[in-house]
Write a protein that binds this ligand. Structure first.
Ligand code: NAD
Length: 358
């Protein structure tokens, strides 16, 4: 939308949730549960974050029904069933996910089966806490769906909890968040609201990540990154993702690659592929990244931050690219530019080699 130009038609669904943001705000969690009249929260985490989950449960006192530290990436159905059984046995009235996308995903799986409300305390930049999207993995296949029951009621963002996130994980997780914002800018549901959120998100993360690399414990930079990740998550929840996310899911799912690192490599190339067909998105990204070529700027930034810039670095063999390209072309999803086999194959070739985007 240009300043002074007409406001385009749009449909926008605001997420009915509370967001509590700021260093030290974890201390407000008990009050938040009281506000929602929740008295027995099951505290969830990954095994690696059990100590944090127990400490959170300790501060909640009688409001915590127990701790279930068994969240695993991509929510295997057996893991979800075990968590539902634990919530039922402990007579939990809610689940409190303390962790990244994997832990929030487990909370969503419990909500999907039981209707229990989810409260989220995110510790990465994945953004799942802002979306009604659930995922469950069975026999190596991940199913996803949308259901408003899995959308967290409250989200407490405390940047102090992200200080321990290793810097290489922080960078890729932050670039994963940028990818949500970029694709929201050209999504079919794009609206003036989502565009504002997306542009501000990219600006915040672009400023935060170099500061984080320079000083991983810089709480100001941690706060800015988490703020950008929140906005990106809101974009993800309000829009349908396009070619970039399909490429990442095909690469990640088919070749079992690390989620956030794949996003970091592919994003500049997917953006370059779509750029001519998405002029408003490019204009917003030029402002947010302070550049006249957002795809090239993202590629440079990724390298400067020490994140991978080629699929070869992630162990992808050239022989796998045809299969991934065919899979991406076979599926239906909205994208501003037509997705062709030749176009995707060329994109993958550049991403594989680590060539600058074109
Ligand atoms: P993750 O939750 O698996 O966390 C990665 C690892 O980092 C875990 O071992 C975790 O214990 C550890 N960790 C998390 N926070 C930490 C911290 N502050 N300090 C130190 N260690 C920490 O990874 P993720 O990238 O947050 O989430 C990825 C998952 O989320 C994927 O399954 C992805 O599909 C899903 N996801 C879903 C949505 C959605 O809308 N449904 C959105 C984004 C991601």
């Amino acid at each position: 939308m240009t300043a002074g130009g007409p406001v385009p038609d749009f449909t926008y669904r605001a997420a009915p949730m509370r967001v509590i943001f700021g260093p030290g705000r974890l201390a407000d969690l008990g009050g938040e549960l009281d506000e929602l009249e929740l008295r027995r929260a099951l505290v969830l985490s990954t095994p690696g974050h059990e100590a944090l989950a127990r400490s959170v449960a300790g501060t909640l006192g009688g409001r915590a029904a127990g701790v279930h530290p068994y969240a695993v990436m991509h929510v295997p159905v057996e893991v979800a069933e075990r968590a539902v059984a634990a919530a039922t046995a402990l007579r939990a009235d809610s689940c409190l996910a303390v962790g990244g996308g994997s832990t929030v995903g487990l909370g969503k799986a419990i909500a999907l089966h039981t209707g229990l409300p989810v409260i989220a305390v995110p510790t990465t930049y994945a953004g799942s806490e802002m979306t009604p999207v659930w995922g469950l993995t069975s026999g190596g296949m991940k199913r996803t769906g949308r259901d408003q029951r899995v959308l967290p009621r409250s989200v407490v963002y405390d940047p102090e909890l992200t200080v321990s996130l290793p810097i290489d994980v922080s960078v890729c997780s932050g670039l994963n968040a940028v990818a949500h914002a970029v694709e929201a800018l050209y999504a079919p549901e794009v609206s003036p609201i989502t565009s504002l959120l997306a542009e501000e998100s990219v600006r915040a993360i672009r400023l935060a990540l170099p500061a984080l690399v320079a000083g991983p414990t810089d709480l100001g930079a941690r706060g800015r990154a988490l703020y950008g990740a929140w906005l990106a998550g809101a974009c993800l929840g309000a829009t349908t993702m396009g070619l970039h996310h399909k490429l990442c899911h095909a690469l990640g799912g088919t070749l079992d690659l690390p989620h956030a690192q794949v996003h970091a490599v592919v994003l500049p190339h997917a953006l370059a592929y779509n750029a001519r067909a998405a002029p408003a998105a490019v204009a917003a990204l030029c402002r947010a990244l302070d550049t006249d070529d957002p795809a090239a700027a993202l590629f440079r930034l990724t390298g400067e931050l020490g994140a991978p810039t080629s699929l070869t670095e992630l162990g992808v063999a050239e022989a796998d690219l045809d299969r991934v390209a065919r899979q991406v072309v076979a599926e239906a999803y909205p994208n501003p530019r037509q997705v062709t086999l030749d176009g995707v194959r060329e994109l993958l070739d550049r991403a594989w080699r680590g060539s600058p985007p074109r």
